[in-house]
Design a protein around this ligand. Sequence first.
Ligand code: SF4
Ligand code: MG
Length: 322
Amino acid sequence: TTPLLEVKNLKKYFPIQKGFLRKHVGDVKAVENVSFNLNPGETLGLVGESGCGKSTTGRAILRLVEATAGEVRYNGIDVLNARQNELRRLRREMQIIFQDPYSSLNPRMTIGEAVGEALREHGLYKGKELKDRIIEVIEICGLADYHVNRYPHEFSGGQRQRIGIARALALNPSFIVADEPVSALDVSIQAQIINLMMDLQEKLKLSYLFISHDLSVVKHISDRVGVMYLGDIVELASKNDLYDNPLHPYTKALLSAIPVPDPKMKRNIIILKGDIPSPANPPSGCKFHTRCPIAQDICKEEAPEFKEYQKGHFAACHLIGK
Ligand code: SF4
Ligand code: MG
């Protein structure tokens, strides 16, 4: 299959400016080197601790922030260089679901208005057709038609996320960035939203970039998973390969810390020393060397190459197979 989305060497630096003259004194290297493909109908999970660049990656792909460098192609179209008209068309195809559905909804807009906003902006429907489309979209997201005249504060967290999903789906997109879509929800509600997203994916042939710090959530929904650390993807593999046979020491540490259903089960939690270094001043060589339990001298000096070790299983570490 030809990929729906191709991301190559994506980079996003935020300049740090100081003082009255706003002198440029450095950069927060939020995303340094991110490359992956996404196939039609596929879900790629993107995991890592907060601040690793997952959200910035999603936003740069959608051009909600402008990338510093790199390439993004959607159905072959050069997204990062698309002009206004083309970008407008791309915006119909590529949508985002946010972590906190409440703050992304205008409290003074009814649900019908919120879901219809993009439809009106794009001039796609009018009058009765617009109303019908709004009701169609909120119904496929599991809400009843009479909800259209209600306001966001009248809904629970889970219902608001359904509304957030309905807004994203109104324009009938093919690709959705879901940025921690269930992290603000109770665990009991999380599964409902994940199941809804999986149903919608099948029904509407959607592709997801599913961003989360929670490896158990990502495991449920993803076909493939990428692990990010300090702005880089350090491992990328099919879900089964990544969870059953992790290659990178960081992935191994993250997986070792996932809570298990049976607390008596024997397991070795790998505790990482220290905090995540600042993305304004990342460590030399392998950026993970300050916390890696098996780091060697070479790790401080040379950045490991991101290589394919088994079919479709990529990682960046000097010591794999050594
Ligand atoms: Fe650890 Fe070295 Fe591998 Fe980096 S390259 S993950 S520091 S062993
Ligand atoms: Mg984030």
